[in-house]
Each structure stands twice: as C-alpha cells, then as structure tokens.
Design a protein around this ligand. Structure first.
Ligand code: GDP
Ligand code: IMO
Ligand code: MG
Length: 419
C-alpha cells in the first residue's frame, strides 16, 4: 500500500498529468485537491490526446476512482462539458467519479469578474485563465460562496444565490436569481450521482490498504501563499494543500514526487529570472510545443532555475523528482542552469519573497555540455548520452533531491525509471 503526491514544482505545466498517468497504474484512487478548470492536463495515449481540466487524470484507467476534493472550485457547466468530451473519447464516469459537497462553486458571475479585472487597465494584470478561479476562492474566503452540496438542497441553493447577489450587487436581482437557480438545478440533476462523502471514502480506502494518488494542479511557484505573489493562482498548490483540500492528513503520505521540466516555463505575468527573450527561448518553445492547454497562449521559456527549484523542493519536502521533457533539450551545444541570483550586487542562493526583488534578480549561470542525439526512444538511464546523464545529475545535486523518473516524450512508454 502507498499514498503518493504528485506536485508541480514550477509555474505549472510541468507534465504532472503524464507523471500521474504513469504512477496511477496501480492506484485505487486519484484525488484532485485544489484549483479547478484553470488546469490543463494533457495525456497522450497510443496517439490519442486527452485533456483534463477539472477531472483527475486517473480517469484513463477504467478501474481507478476519481475524486474532486473540498479544496477545488467546481464550475458545474464547464465540468459537464468536459465530461461530455471525455465520454465521447470513450471514458466512463459512472460509479467512479465523486465530488466533495464542500467544494465551492465557480459561477458565471465569477468568470465575469475575473475577465473584468483582467481587462481593467488600472489594475495589476495577472494574466489569469479567466476561468473565474480567483473570484470563486475569494467568495469562499468571504464565506459567501455556494458549495457543491448546496446544489442538491433547494432552500440552500436559493438562499445562497440571494446572499451572493447581495454581496456583489448590494441587492437581489429576481430575474438573475431565477435564471441562475434554474441553470444550476439543471446541472445538479446531471451531477447528483457524483455527490459523495469523499473524506470518508478516502479514509476507508486507506484503512483497506488501497493506493491513493494525489494529483496537484498548477505549480508551487503559483501557490497563493508561497509563490510569486501577486502573480499566482488563488489556491494552495503545495504539499499542505493536500490536507486542507482533501481531508487526508499529509503525514500519511509516503511518497512526495515533485515534477520539474528540464527547463522553465511560465504562462501569464510575473517575474521569471531565467526567461529567454531570444531565439533560444523560441527554439525551446517550438521543440516543447509550449503553448497553453487552456488558453492557447505561448508559454514564456527559460533555462532551468535551480534557485527556484531548490526553494520548491524545500517547501514541499520532496522525496524524489520526476524530470520531464528532457528530449526537448536535444540539439543544444551548451545548456545553462541558474545556480544563484545576483540582487543589488549581492549574490544569493535563496529565492526572494517579493516580486520586485525577483524582478531585479540577475541569474548566475553554470554552463553544461549539451547533446545532439534524439533520446525519445531511450528506456534506460545508462543509455542516455553522457551529457544528458550529467545534466540530470547536476539537477539532483543543485536541487538536493534524487531524480527517480526521467520523461523523454509525452507517451506513457517514454519514461525512464531509476532505481
Ligand atoms: P501539466 O499541466 O503539468 O499536466 O502539463 P501540460 O499537460 O499542461 O503540459 C505538458 C505537455 O508536455 C503536454 O503536452 C504533455 O503531453 C507533454 N509532455 C509531457 N512529458 C513530456 C516529455 O517528456 N517530452 C515531451 N516532448 N513532451 C512531454
Ligand atoms: P496546470 O495544472 C500554468 C496561471 C495563469 C496565471 C495565474 C493565475 O495545467 O499546470 P488563474 O486562472 O489560476 O487565476 O491564473 O496562474 N495558471 C497556470 N499556469 N499551468 C496551470 O495549470 C495554470 N493555472 C493557472 O496563467 O498566470
Ligand atoms: Mg497544464
């Protein structure tokens, strides 16, 4: 029996879905505990592409139970759409897809507010996915949001919508109240089979010796408390988020796997010390197909930042690293890894707390030899080119955590396990 956490340790899109897919082969349940439809998790399986936003990536295994925990924000309309798409691709939800009654909802008004903030030239632009995530979490913190369980209680639903309207508009708008509750009732009828006491389900599985896997969304540097605030998402993406976002204690988790790409990317605004604005950055973007799964935006690309990586390894207490997209770095003569920052003339190995210090930070790079070979067919670590092995070993040394998995392509089979 084992419980495993798979956590993105950069600014998201580290290949968490692929690693979840690889590690879920012997899992009984895969649990999401934060975020919502801002996530874009891609899995390629035998030439077919599957994209998961709110749904856990474990759905690809027909017998795996998929759970959405209390710390997620659920957009019922987006979720139904996503379920339809995945059903059309042949995946089944019946009897194995469960949602916590405690999870807050994302309603159309949250998306409107999100887009309004993003388009307001007088506000700090975050570059959100406009999926209503921030406003939905803000309303939960203000104790005015509806929860998934409210969908199935007519009285709670109407009172909740009225209260939310008062909070946002200072009044209840009868027509909107009717419209919203009618739409939500319709969605509720379709989602009712998913309502379940997910906390007790998980603890019963644990007591029965079943394997549980927790699938993180976004990445540690986007954590609302520990990331590059204010350029973050609105949930706790780091290890502690599992406890509060699912009701499963982190001390019972045996294996904490941090997912890192072999270079850095970021979508949206905010500091990025090793960002490349030149043709090398474009080359990485092209080779890695670095365009957002949710928004289609080109991802900003840069060299591996070991200062940031060491910070996220520390805050999550990582046991091991899954190192992804190594194949993308084939064909470079020299690779650079950032080993320290220079801020206002001082050199430091510590990741600063504030966005302004990060904006002033200059990377101190170590050069590493590149390799030319295509490595997408390699299945043993010792068969990788010498320079690729050395690159992985340098990351282990700099981050201070062993690399147990190396991913050399999007497919399940393109995965190297190290003992
Ligand atoms: P996630 O949000 O962390 O699950 O990552 P995304 O799905 O947003 O982005 C990762 C992208 O890289 C997806 O298109 C994956 O199919 C792809 N991918 C994952 N691992 C590898 C790899 O080792 N090599 C290559 N070339 N692509 C990969
Ligand atoms: P996965 O799970 C990459 C980014 C947005 C923006 C910031 C806030 O696929 O790794 P939000 O809509 O959450 O309020 O946006 O966070 N962001 C992501 N970037 N991958 C993601 O998810 C992300 N989810 C949100 O681009 O900068
Ligand atoms: Mg993604």
């Amino acid at each position: 029996m084992s419980t495993t956490a798979v956590l993105g340790c950069m600014w998201g899109d580290e290949g968490k879905a692929k690693i979840t897919d690889v590690l879920a082969s012997d899992a009984h349940a895969v649990v999401r505990f934060q975020g919502g439809a801002n996530a874009g998790h891609t899995i390629w399986l035998e030439g077919a592409k599957f994209v998961f936003n709110t749904v856990p990536s474990g759905l690809l295994y027909p017998d795996v139970i998929c759970i959405l925990g209390a710390g997620m924000v659920i957009d019922p309309f987006q979720l139904l759409q996503e379920m339809n798409t995945l059903r059309d691709q042949g995946l089944q939800f019946e009897g194995r897809f469960f949602i916590s009654p405690r999870a807050p909802l994302v309603l159309p008004l949250h998306k409107t507010i999100d887009a309004g903030h993003e388009n307001d030239a007088n506000r700090v632009k975050i570059g959100t996915t406009k999926r209503g995530i921030g406003p939905a979490y803000a309303d939960r913190t203000s104790r005015v949001n509806l929860l998934f369980g409210d969908l199935f209680d007519e009285e709670a639903l109407r009172a909740g919508i009225a209260n939310l309207h008062r909070h946002h508009y200072g009044e209840v708008r009868p027509i909107e109240l009717e419209e919203t509750s009618a739409l939500l009732r319709e969605a509720a009828a379709r989602l009712e089979p998913c309502l379940a006491p997910t906390i007790y389900m998980m603890h019963e599985m644990y007591s029965a010796g079943k394997n549980i896997l927790f699938e993180g969304a976004q990445g540690s540097l986007l954590d609302v408390g520990l990331g590059t605030y204010p350029f973050v998402t609105s949930s706790h993406t780091t290890m502690g988020g599992i406890a509060t976002g699912s009701g499963f204690p982190t001390r019972r988790i045996d294996r904490i796997v941090g997912v890192y790409k072999s270079y850095f990317t970021r979508v949206g605004e905010g500091p990025f010390v090793t960002e490349l604005h030149d043709e090398t950055g474009q080359r990485i973007r092209d080779r890695g197909h670095e365009y957002g799964t949710v928004s289609g935006r080109p991802r900003r690309c840069g060299w591996f930042d070991a200062v940031a990586a060491r910070y996220t390894a520390l805050i999550n207490g990582l046991d091991e690293i899954a190192f992804t997209l190594l194949d993308v770095l084939s064909g470079f003569d020299t690779l650079k890894v950032c080993t320290a920052y220079r801020i206002d003339g001082e050199q430091t190995g510590r990741f600063p707390a504030g966005a302004s210090a990060l904006n002033r930070a200059e990377p101190v790079f170590e050069d590493m030899p590149g390799w030319q070979e295509d490595i997408t067919g390699i299945t043993r670590f010792d068969d990788l080119p010498q320079a690729a092995q050395q690159y992985v070993q340098a990351i282990e040394r700099l981050v201070g955590v062993p690399v147990s998995i190396v991913s050399v392509g999007p497919d399940r089979n393109q995965t190297i396990f190290r003992s």
